[in-house]
Design a protein around this ligand. Structure first.
Ligand code: HEC
Length: 392
């Protein structure tokens, strides 16, 4: 019986075609097992068996060695795992570090699910791709057995064995002879399909590319620029939310923006441990910042903003609050001048009597910068003779 393809090829062509294999069909699982054993006995190594369902005992009948595909899967899977892990590391530690729930940037337990998924995905896809490349010699998509009477039967109701022409013992008549001795019916010769190279500049091919490109671009444009802005795809964009600096009825104080939870510690900072203690215990806290022009400029800026309303621009205690708040004492007293920096830091951080704590408003470094600036103010009113000498 001529198959669809051999009819297309034409009898005449078949004569000069290369043989791919010779195959025969069997009726029962037992007979195909027997045939496989016989093929091994004959010494054939390049033969294959096609059955509609897995036939138990076939591996041992064919004397198959364990497949190497498992190693391929292992390799592709491990590559996928390594890629996923390193990519997440790069994103969350190197390229875009983001604090999430106060966790360290390199929180490897969070990487586990994605690593696992990518491992499985790449192992599965990689294995299939390698198999297609190995067995079908992808991108070739026409296996010689495709679209044959043999294939139609072995995928539904019969069992087939075919000896491939690359077998060292292959000989057309001997193989045919062997198959009929083993009890095969419908012995058939399969030929290598003729390969037509794809002509890239074929107008039809170019036309197809243009159509595909236009349709893809159109659908993509419509989806990303129109469809996703239509209800119900606007769920994410149009949800109840609160803009910063706006009111919110949910909280009794009406503020939309919330303070950090009590006891929150900023990343990289140790909490001030002397809170609520007498300032004598903080004597030996020393100013970590250099006494440089930049630091002093920064300190002046912060002092003018946060301290000067009460303490005056020069720390003389000349408040601008017109009696709305008790006037502070001058910062030029012997007491404050002889205080170590730690004491002033303590007053800013902890507050003192009516003066409130400024630890929420002013960062640690800015506090130390303010203290350098206060030292400058103090020295300007109490300069020593040596201050006037030029440096040698
Ligand atoms: C709301 C007004 C106000 C602000 C703003 C303010 N202080 Fe005070 N400060 C006071 C008052 C009032 C006192 C006196 C507290 C007391 O009775 O012990 C004081 C006391 C002090 C003292 C101790 C003086 C002493 O002789 O005991 C220092 C040092 C000081 N403030 C530094 C600062 C610094 C630095 C800033 C800016 C970060 C600042 N203050 C902001 C009102 C203020």
């Amino acid at each position: 019986m001529l198959t669809e393809r051999s009819r297309r090829i034409g009898e005449a062509d078949i004569m000069n075609k290369k043989i791919y294999s010779i195959g025969g069909l069997f009726d029962t699982p037992d007979s195909i097992i027997h045939a496989a054993e016989e093929a091994v006995k004959e010494g054939y190594t390049k033969f294959d068996v096609n059955t509609p369902y897995p036939v138990h005992g076939m591996e041992s009948a064919m004397k198959l060695k364990p497949s190497l595909i498992g190693l391929v899967t292992l390799f592709v899977g491990l590559s996928g795992a390594a890629f996923a892990f390193m990519f997440m590391y790069w994103v969350s530690v190197v390229d875009y570090p983001l604090i999430i729930g106060g966790k360290p940037f390199f929180s490897w337990p969070a990487f586990v699910p994605v690593t696992f998924e990518v491992t499985v995905l790449s192992a599965a896809v990689g294995t299939v791709a390698v198999m297609i490349a190995m067995f079908f010699k992808f991108p070739n998509n026409a296996h010689p057995l495709h679209d044959t009477n043999y294939m139609k039967h072995v995928s539904s109701d019969r069992f087939g064995l075919n000896v491939v022409a690359i077998d060292p013992l292959f000989d057309e008549s001997k193989v045919k002879d062997f198959l009929s001795r083993a009890g095969a019916k419908d012995i058939e010769i399969f030929y290598e399909p003729e390969r037509k190279p794809i002509r890239v500049f074929d107008p039809k091919f170019i036309g197809l590319l243009v159509v595909i490109a236009t349709v893809t671009a159109g659908v993509t444009y419509f989806t990303l620029n129109k469809l996703l802005y239509m209800p119900p795809f606007t769920w994410m964009a149009e949800q109840d939310r609160l803009s910063s600096q706006s009111q919110n009825a949910m909280f009794t104080d009406g503020f939309g923006m919330r303070n950090p939870v009590e006891g929150t510690v900023a990343r990289g900072f140790t909490p001030y441990e002397f809170k609520g203690q007498p300032d004598s215990v903080v004597r030996n806290l020393s100013n970590p910042l250099p006494f440089s022009k930049e630091v002093i400029d920064r300190g002046k800026m912060r002092f003018d903003t946060y301290c000067s309303p009460c303490h005056g621009y020069f720390g003389k205690g000349d408040s601008r609050l017109n009696g709305q708040f008790p006037n502070p004492p001058t910062l030029h007293s012997d007491k404050v001048r002889n205080w170590p920096d730690g004491n002033i830091y303590h007053v800013i951080t902890n507050g003192q009597n009516v003066m409130p704590s400024y630890d929420k408003q002013i960062t640690r470094d800015d506090r130390w910068a303010i203290i350098h600036y206060i030292r400058v103010l103090q020295r300007s009113l109490n300069a020593k003779d040596t201050d006037l000498e030029t440096k040698k």
